[in-house]
Design a protein around this ligand. Structure first.
Ligand code: CTP
Ligand code: CA
Length: 220
């Protein structure tokens, strides 16, 4: 079945993809993370490779196998993900940000495990905002064609278009977050300068091939 989808629509193109969650350490045994299985990003990496692209997958911690013919770079934190992306972005034709990046990290990572207090006091954690990887890459000189993903829980189209313009990217793929987390299928809406394009609900694997075709079409 999969071969039905396969064209060489990205032949010779270099594609950089982020996937999975990031993990922001609080101390050596605890951290802050986001809900993401990595399935959508890994499926896209696989589909892009099937379409003839040279794919680099910058991945936060997941339980998934590296897709065939994809170069995987493992990272943990948002800063680590940004550093890796900056290394590859200037040689990339397309950047697809699928990772669920933690928006904040603690201002300081404790060197030792934070112990419970005898007086039952709770620790005071101070957070700082993480860099926006997608916006950073999109605002560079001569950027790759940048694609974002957004999981929203309300006002999908309105919030999505606003987010796309704020990040300065040509294409944003929006979905209903909780419905897609960990699931094998997904329903998305493509938002670009031309407006709204809704895709039917389908498996993440099939959706990945459809999205690769949509991206390839916009690239030309
Ligand atoms: N993204 C990123 N770096 C971040 C945050 C988000 O690269 N620090 C990317 C995601 O990979 C995704 C897109 O930006 O492709 C949208 O992520 P989202 O979390 O929906 O957007 P935010 O700008 O963080 O807005 P908010 O979480 O407040 O809705
Ligand atoms: Ca966010």
């Amino acid at each position: 079945i999969e071969s039905l989808f396969v064209t060489q629509s990205l032949k010779g193109k270099k594609v950089l993809i982020t996937a999975g969650p990031t993990f922001e350490a609080i101390d050596p045994v605890r951290g802050l993370t986001n809900r993401s299985s990595g399935k959508m990003g890994y499926a896209l990496a696989h589909a892009a490779a099937c379409a003839g692209a040279q794919v680099t997958l910058v991945s936060g911690p997941t339980h998934l196998d590296t897709p065939f013919q994809v170069t995987r770079v493992d990272v943990e934190s948002a800063q680590g993900m940004l550093d890796a992306c900056l290394q590859y972005s200037s040689q990339s034709d397309i950047f697809i940000a699928v990772a669920a990046v933690a928006d904040w990290r603690t201002a300081n990572v404790a060197t030792h495990k934070i112990k419970k207090q005898d007086d039952n006091d709770v620790p005071m954690l101070t957070f700082v905002q993480n860099p926006d990887i997608l916006q950073t890459i999109a605002s560079r000189n001569n950027p790759p064609y940048c694609v974002g993903f957004a999981a929203e829980t309300e006002h999908l189209i309105e919030f999505g278009q606003r987010k796309r313009l704020k990040k300065g990217i040509p294409l944003l793929i929006a979905n209903n977050g909780p419905a897609a987390f960990g699931a094998d299928d997904n329903q998305v809406v493509l938002l670009d300068d031309a407006g709204i394009h809704e895709l039917p609900k389908q498996s993440k694997i099939s959706l990945a091939h459809t999205l690769v075709a949509e991206i390839a079409q916009r690239l030309n």
